[in-house]
Design a protein. Structure first.
Length: 172
């Protein structure tokens, strides 16, 4: 339908503060900003067409700027339960600047109704269903729900995550 390119801003929501799992003191000692990298988002990044441009901002390790939103055609976000507050905030920010937003990951999978403000929901493991999202986006859809079939994804067919999108020195 159109030249197939898309600028994707991936935003990893901030975890709630003061959790044991943030390992704050260990990070301080090691000069890192957060223990673990956003493995889900960089896996999704590897499932997108090669000519789509991707920018990753991890709200636990770096600043999100208005310029990032201005650059993007679409925002992808999501994570687990302790990231819910910030994920909902990110969706609000997207709506405020009129950027379509896709939410995925374990928390929306458990509680989709809480995330009804997002344009798209990707429920469950993304490996087999991102292709349906991509087809919908290309034909001009601006909302939809994509749900992984019951059962487990064959992770031997999962692509290598886009580790190149990470700034590795930020992590433990
Ligand atoms: C490793 C792990 C941890 C580690 C590391 C977490 C980290 N920061 O990376 C540790 C031990 C620290 C941890 C801790 C906790 N965890 Co944990 N953890 C996991 C585990 C086992 C694997 C996560 C993972 O990396 N998977 C691999 C990646 C590739 O998968 P993924 O992130 O799910 O991404 C896939 C899809 O979800 C989807 N996807 C993900 N994001 C997005 C975004 C978009 C836009 C799209 C389209 C798709 C998409 O695409 C990916 C490919 O299919 C999961 C269970 C599981 N088997 O998945 C629980 C799980 C995520 N944890 C969970 C919980 C509850 C916790 C704790 C709150 C437990 C507690 N009570 O303290 C803490 C909180 C941590 C914190 N920082 O505050 C729950 C979350 C439930 C929910 N509703 O969100 C899970 C699902 C376990 C469960 N079944 O209950 N955890």
């Amino acid at each position: 339908m159109m030249a197939d390119t898309c600028k994707v801003l991936m935003i990893f929501p901030r975890f709630n503060a003061n959790s044991f799992w943030n390992y704050k003191e260990a990070c301080d000692l090691a000069g890192a900003r957060y223990p673990a990298a956003p493995l889900g988002l960089i896996t999704v990044a590897a499932l997108l067409p090669e000519n789509w441009e991707i920018r990753l901002v991890n709200r636990n390790t770096e600043q999100l700027d208005h310029a990032d939103f201005a650059w993007a055609d679409i925002v992808m976000t999501g994570g687990m339960l302790p990231q819910r507050n910030d994920a909902l905030h990110i969706i609000e920010m997207c709506r405020a600047c009129d950027k379509p937003v896709v939410i995925g990951g374990p928390d929306v999978t458990s509680s989709p109704s809480l995330y009804s403000a997002a344009n798209f929901q990707v429920l469950g493991e993304a490996e087999e269903i991102m292709i349906d999202f991509i087809a919908a986006w290309r034909r001009g859809d601006r909302q939809g729900v994509f749900e992984a079939p019951m059962g487990k994804t064959d992770v031997t067919k999962s692509p290598l995550p886009r580790f190149d999108l990470l700034k590795l020195d930020q992590y433990l």
